[in-house]
Design a protein around this ligand. Structure first.
Ligand code: MN3
Length: 248
């Protein structure tokens, strides 16, 4: 029996849908994450989400050793220290990390800094890993937002690179959605644009892209040359994930 093109498309669509629902299930189990999805403790403890791809998947742009140490050591350390903090403050065990970060000022003094630094570290890295994938293309919604907000893709990239390269010390460069426009902002340490501490309200918004510019993210491959790492980021930015992040 000959398989018609229509049947083929239908079965591919079914497979595609199956793959998607599996991915959604894995994401909720792993806590890997879109910016608007809850990140919750399991039995009172936050967990390290699986990377979702091999450590060498981003070669040659980001090397396997960096990915392995970054995920299994650095991110794990944020998770562990966040868990130590919430041990001391059991009221934090039930929440969603997004909510904890959005209302840092409402947290007890004893744990606020730990939630900011370690919770921020956990949130930021959970957001970062799904943003990395080779060979994707900018989606139509993102493209429109970029053109409306920056005039051209080149100008957008230029401004993002300038911001990322200009961060003094450790921090993150972000593209956030504010209303119907994109904006590039930076944060020090593990702060991010969803937190409510003494951040300028103009710097707050829904993250759609985040880039870790701590030295641990690039030093093994690029040493002091952060600009090379920032430039390489365009080769591994997962535009499919970015497009999803633009959804409300
Ligand atoms: Mn990092």
């Amino acid at each position: 029996m000959k398989t018609s093109r229509k049947d083929f498309i239908r079965s591919a669509a079914v497979l595609g849908f199956g793959g998607m629902s599996l991915a959604v299930e894995a994401a909720s189990q792993s806590q890997a994450t879109l910016s608007n999805e809850p990140i919750r403790p399991v039995n009172g403890k936050y967990l390290l989400p699986p990377l979702g791809y091999a450590y060498n998947a981003l070669e040659p742009y980001i090397d396997a050793k960096t990915m392995e140490i970054h995920h299994s050591k650095h991110h794990q350390a944020y998770v562990n220290k966040l868990n130590e903090a919430i041990e001391k403050e059991p009221s934090l065990k039930d929440g969603d990390l997004n909510e904890l970060l959005r209302n840092l000022n409402g947290r007890p003094d004893t744990v606020r800094l730990a939630v900011r630094n370690q919770g921020g570290g956990h949130w930021n890295h959970s957001f970062f890993w799904p943003l990395l994938k080779t060979k994707t293309k900018m989606g139509p919604k993102t493209n429109n937002l970029v053109i409306e907000s920056f005039g051209s893709i080149d100008e957008f990239k230029r401004q993002f690179e300038k911001a990322a390269n200009g961060i003094f010390g450790s921090g993150w460069a972000w593209v956030i959605l504010q209303g119907s426009k994109l904006k590039i902002v930076t944060t020090p340490n593990q702060d991010n644009p969803v937190m409510d501490f003494d951040i300028n309200p103009t710097e707050k918004g829904k993250p759609i892209i985040g880039l870790d510019v701590w030295e641990h993210a690039y030093y093994l491959k690029h040493q002091n040359k952060r600009a090379d790492y920032v430039n390489a980021f365009w080769n591994v930015l997962n535009w499919d994930q970015v497009e999803m992040n633009t959804n409300e």
